[in-house]
Design a protein around this ligand. Structure first.
Ligand code: GLN
Length: 455
């Protein structure tokens, strides 16, 4: 059943919010030991919320857009009374004392938050292996990483443990695990969703977004969490049409779709075969397919990581062991330590911003060139991740880990919207199709996903 139909059946009393929660919780109990998608659960609190929603429905009161849906939240987003640790020993006892803006919005729309999901420590990774809670298993490719850093949220959706989950995406952390787990993930345009209450990885790149198994789940959640927030001055102040309206689209007529040659060149050929089939399908649905070229692909990763290190270093200065938890340098894992060390080094006064300024120059160049490519078409389609996920625990070096991000970081560097949806399988492992569009053209992405899904 599509998520939108589930909400309808809850509102029409064919299914109660309590029953829906029970169904999801049974799956969690059955599978979470093996999958490790949720790191903290609060059944009692969720039951109370579900009951309140059922009571409202019974008494004929109006309920919200998410009425009775079970929601999982990445553990770097503040939810009151949950441990918001970002999967780091630094914050292992840090209890959320307030709700992030997105959480308040979910509660207002009658979503039922059941728990927090696993992730890489401080969202700095692509495998969910650096979590203090241990790795998450990929429900659709057991024994393999689910991707990251929002691996717990993607896995929770893939295993059907909740209806919608939230993640954060700084360089691919929503799209990458969506791709490896075979679910849908959506990173909105930078500024579409408030970051207030999100623990920063790199604030000029971070964006919150949803995971679901169908576009109606994505559309409903986008309708709830997008919009201007006075507490986050980077949010955009614009009214848009409802995202849920995009999810009934069935055609790609009048849509031009660009395929970037250099994106395919860096990708495994078996993954490209699957992506090419999706492109054929888009063409069958009426899309005009155009071959495009983008020369700066190799600038993406160095630019992204330089900015990430500097901004992350600055964001971590508050974890000095006084106000929040432990002193980060004393307890963090090697990847977080590396980012702090390098970030600190390149931020030194002696360099007077030399390296960071170079990265910002490269960022402007990439933005200009990528906008030129985007100007030729409505949508860019291609692979989300250039290679298959490795086995959990398999040693891979840092550069190979970073290489997973080569196709996803561009959307964060430029601030554009981007999504991933399942394109097919390679060796029985899901492979994602990434769609990207111009800034604020999030609707085009969702309606394109919908056309592919509905045919
Ligand atoms: N894998 C990338 C990194 O390690 C992206 C992480 C993210 O999007 N949070 O920085």
């Amino acid at each position: 059943m599509k998520i939108i139909d589930k909400v309808k059946s809850i509102k029409e009393q064919e299914l109660t919010a309590t029953e829906n929660l029970e169904q999801k919780y049974n799956i969690i109990e059955e599978k979470n030991d093996e999958i490790n998608a949720f790191v903290e659960l609060d059944l009692e609190r969720a039951q109370k919320v579900a009951k309140e929603i059922d009571d409202k429905i019974k008494s004929g009161e109006k309920t919200g857009k998410l009425a009775g849906l079970v929601i999982g939240i990445k553990c770097n987003i503040n939810v009151e009374d949950f441990i918001v640790s970002a999967a780091s020993p630094t914050l292992k006892e840090y209890q959320g004392s307030y709700n992030a803006t997105v959480i308040n919005k979910i509660i207002e729309e009658d979503g039922v938050i059941v728990g927090l999901t696993n992730m890489d420590e401080f969202a700095a990774g692509s495998s969910t292996e650096t979590s203090m809670y241990g790795p998450t298993n990929n429900p659709n490719a057991l024994g393999h990483i689910p991707g990251g850093s929002s691996g717990g949220s993607a896995a929770a959706i893939a295993a059907d443990m909740c209806d919608i989950a939230l993640g954060s995406d700084t360089g691919g952390s929503i799209r990458n695990p969506a791709s490896h787990c075979g679910v849908m993930g959506f990173k909105p345009t930078y500024g579409m969703v408030s970051r207030q209450g999100l623990l920063d990885l790199a604030m000029s790149l971070d964006q919150i977004g949803p995971f679901a198994n169908d576009t109606t789940g994505i559309g409903l959640m986008l309708d709830v969490i997008t919009g201007y927030d006075p507490y986050d001055t980077t949010t955009l102040n614009k009214e848009t049409t409802p995202f849920i309206d995009d999810t009934t689209n069935t055609t790609l007529e009048n849509t031009s779709v660009g395929i970037v040659k250099e994106f395919m060149d860096v990708t495994d050929s078996k993954i490209n075969d699957v992506i090419n089939k999706s492109v054929d399908k888009m063409s069958d649905l009426g899309a005009e397919i155009k071959e495009l070229s983008f020369g700066d692909v190799d600038l993406g990763l160095p630019t992204y990581y330089l900015i990430n290190y500097v901004e992350f270093f600055s964001a971590t200065r508050k974890y000095d062991g006084r106000k929040y938890g432990e002193r980060i340098e004393e307890v963090c894992g090697p990847e977080v330590a590396r980012r702090i060390q390098i970030g600190s080094y390149i931020s030194q006064k002696e360099f007077s911003g030399k390296y960071y300024n170079k990265a910002l120059q490269a960022r402007s160049l990439i933005r200009k060139d990528f906008n030129n490519v985007l100007n030729d078409v409505d949508i860019l389609a291609g692979p989300t991740v250039p290679k298959l996920p490795h086995k959990i625990g398999e040693k891979i070096d840092t550069m190979d880990m970073y290489a997973y991000d080569v196709l996803t970081v561009l959307a964060n560097i430029t601030g554009i919207p981007a999504s991933s949806m399942k394109a097919g399988l390679v060796n029985d492992i899901p492979v994602g199709l990434q769609l990207q569009a111009k800034p604020e053209e999030d609707h085009k992405i969702l309606s394109t996903m919908s056309a592919i899904e509905n045919n």
